[in-house]
Design a protein around this ligand. Structure first.
Ligand SMILES: [Zn+2]
Length: 90
């Protein structure tokens, strides 16, 4: 299984252990299938609140989500982004 890097903690993990996001109409959008059913450049993050809040902080400083996706995306607050991930866990 290919490895992908979490934008929060920076660790590389198997794709299936991470959650994938893509940009859709300037918004950060979760790929519900996780494996890349939504086309386009994706970014990966651990399904872990610590990683999510770390990534959002890094985005506020350095626009890391927009850089990873190669387009400008609006990123919600960590709590909201986390809820989006939580909803897909079951
Ligand atoms: Zn992580």
């Amino acid at each position: 299984m290919p490895l992908r890097r979490c934008v929060g903690c920076g660790r590389s993990k198997e794709k299936g252990e991470l959650v994938r996001f893509v940009a859709r109409d300037g918004r950060l959008t979760l790929d519900p299938a996780r494996q890349g059913s939504l086309h386009g450049r994706g970014l990966y993050i651990c399904p872990d609140f610590e990683c999510v809040s770390k990534a959002v902080k890094r985005h506020r400083k350095k626009a890391i989500f927009s850089i990873a996706l190669r387009e400008s995306v609006a990123v919600p607050e960590a709590e909201e982004l986390w809820q989006t991930i939580e909803r897909t866990k079951k």
